[in-house]
Design a protein around this ligand. Structure first.
Ligand SMILES: [Zn+2]
Ligand SMILES: [Zn+2]
Length: 308
């Protein structure tokens, strides 16, 4: 339970109750990501009031049917304008499903996706962020020449998907270990994006990176902005390239339910990405320490196994 910023405690709680249309899932694995670090450090707009549960990359077993499932972090309302336009990822009033860092989680049945046979729970949990990468790729174009700014988990997930499509990918990251991970996945790697690319993905979530991504787009290019900056952040761009070179900036947020199924299929078909990003398996008690760990070195997703 999060009791406030940087106040995370492991507590015995009553079994979560299930409302109509919900199911109880026994958690087998919940992976950590940058959003968890933000939630732990400062709180987050989607967190319920403290004390609250969190953890949003969750895989486990339904206690009613025994089916292995990925628990999506949200269910779209289905009624707002974006939902009706087929853009569930920008639903105006989604129900967030948080609480994967626990032995059990109650979730709407609509949030549950069957895990393909043979795909381990810890790899399946990563389908949630991978679905956001699937979505970001769909927001881009089919250009062959791709630059990715950022070799964190999102940058590497994008790398894996785009290399898998046979594209020519360059990943920029100042950390040598992350450049090596990008190369392992079949990309070129550099400290920065020096050349300009037809398609650029920003996967850092900082003002300077948004600017660098814009500067790295070739004339007529498309920039997909994947990394979220703190709320209220403003960023300025040179107007010249936007106007005279018809650059296009596209936001990319979250994913649709179909993109989660696609991500699960990708993970089931090829383990290379999981092997690259897999971090140590830890217990719930070790989670605060893991969230506090500095984010240097290679990109890794910790796997919380609540039964340890
Ligand atoms: Zn995440
Ligand atoms: Zn909606």
């Amino acid at each position: 339970m999060l009791f406030g910023p940087q106040d995370l405690r492991v507590e015995e709680l009553p079994e979560p109750g299930t409302a109509d249309g919900e199911a109880l899932v026994e958690v087998q694995a919940a992976t950590t990501c940058g959003t968890d670090v933000k939630m732990w450090r400062h709180g987050h707009r989607v967190l319920p009031p403290y004390p609250c549960r969190f953890g949003h990359e969750t895989a486990g077993v339904r206690t009613d049917t025994g089916e292995r499932v990925l628990v999506s972090d949200s269910v779209a309302c289905g009624a707002c304008d974006p939902c009706r336009a087929g853009r569930a990822q920008i639903c105006r009033s989604p129900t967030w499903v948080l609480g994967g860092f626990a032995e059990r989680i109650a979730a709407p049945a609509a949030a549950l996706h069957p895990i393909p046979d043979g795909l381990p729970a810890e790899a399946a949990a990563m389908a949630e962020p991978l679905a956001a990468a699937v979505h970001a790729v769909a927001r881009g174009t089919d250009a062959n020449d791709v630059g990715i700014l950022g070799g964190g988990p999102m940058g590497l997930m994008l790398t894996s998907l785009l290399v898998g499509q046979g594209r020519d990918v360059t990943v920029a990251d100042p950390h040598e270990e992350r450049r090596e991970q990008a190369e392992e996945l079949g990309a070129n790697a550099a400290e920065g994006l020096d050349d300009r690319h037809a398609l650029v993905f920003e996967a850092v979530g900082r003002v300077d990176a948004w600017r660098d991504a814009a500067a790295a787009a070739a004339p007529g290019g498309v920039v997909v902005l994947v990394g979220g900056c703190p709320s209220g952040t403003e960023v300025s761009f040179q107007t010249g390239p936007l106007h005279y070179e018809e650059l296009e900036f596209r936001g990319s947020f979250h994913h649709s339910p179909e993109e989660i199924d696609e991500a699960l299929a990708v993970l089931a078909a090829d383990r290379a990405l999981w092997r690259t990003l897999r971090g140590p398996t830890i217990s719930l008690e070790q989670l605060p320490e893991a969230l506090r760990a500095p984010t240097r070195g290679p990109s890794r997703k910790w796997v919380v196994n609540p039964r340890l």
